[in-house]
Design a protein around this ligand. Structure first.
Ligand code: AFP
Length: 342
């Protein structure tokens, strides 16, 4: 990279400009979607600031502590949820909200209602916060059928009906990755400007990858196709190099690396958790949408992940996502196992 030239760049594209540009491709658009995304971005900036201060919690009294006024401070995941719920409702563009933190869906009161349903995990990977590992917010956006009579059916839709999806990763930098159904773009927060700047235009996941990412501690409970696949990653018989293992344990970080470097991320079913661990609506769907938009694939072990139809808000499913060729391989193993079944 020519750093001298980079430092002189003046054609900075913010996420807001990017979304407005996209809007002009739809002459019928009224700007509602752009306003909604603006509020999501605002929530991400707020959570980014809170996460950055998390390490100081013991010193200055954040997250689960008592502050100098003797007030109980909120845990970061609870705080993040409240921030997103408020930001989304105050956009005036949402109708139903589904959050990982809330057992039931929030139906926005009629006077503040808009046409969009947002499913989100406000702070995914939060068990990693205390050791400074990357965490993130994941979101997906659906359109409600009739904003005057919203029902749960409006959010219990297959992932292929998503209008947009994205995540914000709070890591060594704060990165927002977004798809509105027309490819995937990545933006990095410039803290001095307070703006997300387009840094990763048109992300494409490499067709095949050299990395596999899975919690191998669960291996003794895996089914045969998953066990065979991981065995092959390590002891390939066709002379190809073994793959490299990378596993953060924070989905946003593991999927972000997979998008940029290629490879496969697996959270399979196992004997103890026959539906896997990850949640369909606000983990699997948004990430699968992004991976497909970037040219990769997402598979549940039985079907295309985006074809799943969730029955309940917090349903789980096994998931395999990443480079096109790597997912073809695991699909082949599951198909072979199905053929063997009596
Ligand atoms: P937490 O939010 O409890 O940290 O869980 C994170 C997560 O839902 C997802 O981000 C990870 O990919 C996955 O769980 C890690 O699960 P294991 O700890 O079982 O590997």
């Amino acid at each position: 990279m020519d750093h001298a030239a980079e430092s002189q760049r003046t054609d900075l594209m913010t996420v807001t400009c990017h979304v407005l540009n996209e809007q002009t491709k739809h002459p019928e658009a009224r700007g509602d979607f752009s306003i909604l995304l603006y509020h999501i971005v605002l929530g991400c900036k707020f959570v980014c600031t809170a996460v950055n201060k998390a390490g100081l919690a013991k010193l200055i009294g954040l997250a689960g502590d008592t502050n100098v006024q003797g007030e109980e401070q909120k845990k970061l995941d609870v705080l993040s949820n409240q921030v997103f719920v408020k930001a989304l409702i105050s956009s005036g563009r949402t109708c139903i909200l589904v959050s990982e933190e809330d057992e039931v869906a929030t139906f926005v009161e009629p006077s503040k209602r808009g046409r969009y349903c947002v499913v989100f995990d406000p702070l995914d990977g939060s068990s990693n916060i205390d050791c400074g590992v990357s965490v993130g917010t994941i979101f997906g956006i659906y359109m409600v059928k009739d904003k005057d009579t919203p029902t749960l059916e409006d959010v219990l839709q297959p992932g292929k009906n998503l209008l947009a999806a994205g995540y914000c990763m709070y890591g060594s930098s704060c990165t927002l990755v977004l798809s509105t159904g027309n490819g995937v773009n990545g933006f990095t927060l410039d803290p001095s400007l307070g703006e997300f700047i387009l840094t990763h235009p048109d992300i494409k996941v490499p067709k095949a990858g050299k990395i596999y990412s899975v919690n191998e501690g669960n291996a003794k409970n895996w089914d045969e196709p998953t066990a065979k696949y991981v065995e092959k990653c390590k002891f390939s018989k066709d002379g190809s190099f073994p793959k490299t293992l990378r596993y953060v344990g924070s989905m946003v970080a593991d999927v972000h690396r997979t998008l940029l470097y290629g490879g496969i991320f697996l959270y399979p079913a196992d004997k103890k958790s026959p539906n896997g661990k990850l949640r369909v609506l606000y983990e699997i769907f948004p990430m699968s949408f992004l991976v497909e938009q970037a040219g990769g694939q997402a598979f549940t072990g039985k079907q295309r992940a985006l074809d799943l139809v969730p029955k309940n808000l917090h349903d789980r499913s096994p998931i395999f996502l990443g480079s096109y060729d790597d997912i073809e391989e695991i699909k082949g193993l599951y198909a072979a196992a199905e053929e063997k079944e009596p």
